[in-house]
Design a protein around this ligand. Structure first.
Ligand SMILES: *[C@@H]1O[C@H](CO)[C@@H](O)[C@H](O)[C@H]1NC(C)=O
Ligand SMILES: *[C@@H]1O[C@H](CO)[C@@H](O)[C@H](O)[C@H]1NC(C)=O
Ligand SMILES: *[C@@H]1O[C@H](CO)[C@@H](O)[C@H](O)[C@H]1NC(C)=O
Ligand SMILES: *[C@@H]1O[C@H](CO)[C@@H](O)[C@H](O)[C@H]1NC(C)=O
Ligand SMILES: *[C@@H]1O[C@H](CO)[C@@H](O)[C@H](O)[C@H]1NC(C)=O
Ligand SMILES: *[C@@H]1O[C@H](CO)[C@@H](O)[C@H](O)[C@H]1NC(C)=O
Length: 450
């Protein structure tokens, strides 16, 4: 068995226990599974899993809730939390279809390699070891999955903490190594059941400032935490509310590194930060009474300040259970498991406009519907409003062109002071006119000279 290849001096209590149990001839399936390592002689396959020494984290194959049945991922999750919560996914873009015929192995060159059901390597570490000493993969009580020398378990050749997915665990660095260029950043899952990379990411400012930048599609910066003040980020004052006996932060910026770290008092809370599919980073803690994760920090605080979160022709309403809805005349086009931030998703027009190729429908003239909004996004793809009832108190409107059949009452002709114009969508289906000083609610008026 694997443990016998270790020199006695490097044996840790768990191996000793395994050895003792093995030699006394009472190995139960449960005990033989309770190892924290994968080695040359003991690969990982099927429903076998590694469990860290103190039992806090497990590594194995898992399937996201609501996911496609034949998509499995190699992941690390909280072993003591009854709700399966992956904190790291190895093959996030390349699921395997059958864990029984797939295997995580230590290859001849000492790397960790995940082979799928066709025996093709679909995920691997890429280290070049300077020694021929055997290596092992080991899940630690911090949630870090490491590749290490069997002869020196603290000599990490590779670690999952260097390649985070969407979750940032206590004790892990979020930031970059200025010497090697390694940049540890969080990238959201695509949907709640698909761990492949979504549109939202967060990383330390590579320009050197002490703040985190939020990005959409690796390009558009949509939020920043503000600078670190020593106790909090200037844009997240709530950070300073938590007692040091519960949560502490470390910020390091020197010649080698620029990173942020936090620690929790594990005797009090199980907590993590994650970049959610909706573009916010949330800090959550496990609440035994609720049997669920409960958020205690959201960055940014306002869901609706996340770039493109609801997609096109949509309204984002803060604090609503379903914060995305469609503007009048449009309906949701996506199903339940949606990809937030996709500029081609969102809402589509219920009835096409005559000008959109249907010249036969000349008998009815389409009209404009006035929608007052709280905030215009920079790019006018979507709008944010406090609530439907608050439109009248807000000072800005957009005028959305709809087919005549979308208006229940006869449309009234109105003249509007057009102070600006924006085209949303593909630019041909809708015209949006923005005006200031509107004091009434919904208004309808006929398209003029269009
Ligand atoms: C593996 O590492 C080598 C040397 O650092 C590099 O040239 C190569 O591109 C890497 N391969 C992958 C798939 O990352
Ligand atoms: C094990 O590796 C660590 C990290 O590289 C090193 O600091 C330590 O000296 C090594 N221990 C032994 C016994 O070689
Ligand atoms: C997102 O980024 C990719 C790669 O840079 C680019 O090809 C794509 O057009 C972008 N998507 C949008 C909607 O801008
Ligand atoms: C963690 O919480 C325990 C129990 O309240 C307390 O005794 C201990 O001092 C705390 N540890 C730290 C590092 O604050
Ligand atoms: C965005 O949505 C469009 C339309 O639903 C879809 O075709 C496209 O694949 C989506 N983009 C991504 C990256 O999934
Ligand atoms: C155009 O008119 C035809 C026939 O009246 C109808 O079937 C079609 O749905 C219309 N297209 C749009 C975009 O409204």
């Amino acid at each position: 068995m694997a443990a016998t290849s270790f020199a006695l001096g490097t044996l840790r209590p768990s191996y000793l226990l395994l050895l003792l149990v093995a030699t006394s001839g009472i190995v139960t399936p449960l005990l033989s599974q309770a190892t924290d390592t994968v080695s040359r002689s003991q690969p990982l396959s099927g429903d076998r899993r590694l469990v860290s020494q103190g039992g806090k984290f497990a590594l194995g194959f898992f399937q996201p809730v609501g996911g496609t049945p034949d998509r499995w991922y190699l992941a690390v999750w909280f072993n003591k939390v009854p709700k399966l919560t992956p904190v790291w996914v190895a093959n996030r873009v390349a699921p395997i279809s059958d864990p029984k015929s797939s295997e995580l192995r230590i290859s001849e060159d000492g790397n960790l390699v995940l082979y799928n059901q066709l025996n093709s390597p679909i995920w691997f570490t890429n280290i070049t070891s300077s020694t021929s000493d055997p290596t092992i993969g080991m899940i630690l009580d911090t949630g870090n999955f490491v590749l290490t020398l069997a002869s020196n378990l603290t000599n990490f050749l590779w670690q999952s903490f260097d390649e985070p997915t969407n979750v940032w665990l206590p004790g892990a660095k979020l930031g970059w190594n200025k010497i090697t260029g390694l940049n540890r950043r969080l990238v959201s899952w695509k949907t709640s059941s698909d761990p492949s990379p979504g549109y939202y990411s967060v990383e330390i400012d590579l320009g050197g400032s002490n703040q985190f930048l939020y990005r959409w599609n690796n390009s558009e910066n949509y939020w920043t935490t503000g600078s670190w003040t020593g106790t909090m980020f200037s844009g997240v004052p709530e950070m300073a509310l938590y007692p040091k006996s519960l949560l502490t932060y470390d910020y390091v910026n020197n010649e080698q590194e620029n990173y942020f770290m936090y620690r929790t008092n594990e005797s009090k809370i199980i907590a993590m930060f994650s970049m959610e599919i909706v573009g916010q980073v949330k800090a959550v803690s496990w609440m035994e009474s609720a049997q669920d994760w409960v958020p205690f920090l959201a960055m940014p605080k306002a869901q609706c300040s996340v770039y493109l979160v609801c997609g096109t022709f949509s309204i984002c309403t803060e604090n609503a259970f379903t914060f995305c809805s469609c503007i009048r005349g449009f309906s949701q086009q996506y199903g339940g498991d949606r990809l937030y931030g996709n500029s081609s998703e969102g809402c589509t027009r219920n009835v096409g406009l005559p000008c959109a190729g249907n010249s036969s429908r000349k008998e009815k003239v389409d009209g404009f519907y006035a929608l007052a909004v709280a905030n215009f996004p920079d790019n006018a793809w979507s709008v944010a409003a406090a609530s439907d009832n608050e439109y009248s108190s807000l000072g800005q409107s957009i005028y959305v062109r709809l087919a005549a059949s979308e208006f229940s009452s006869p449309t009234k002709t109105r003249k509007a002071l057009v102070t600006g114009a924006a085209i949303v969508g593909d630019g041909t289906l809708v015209a949006v006119k923005k005006l200031d000083g509107i004091s009434q609610g919904d208004k309808e008026f006929r398209a003029e000279g269009n």
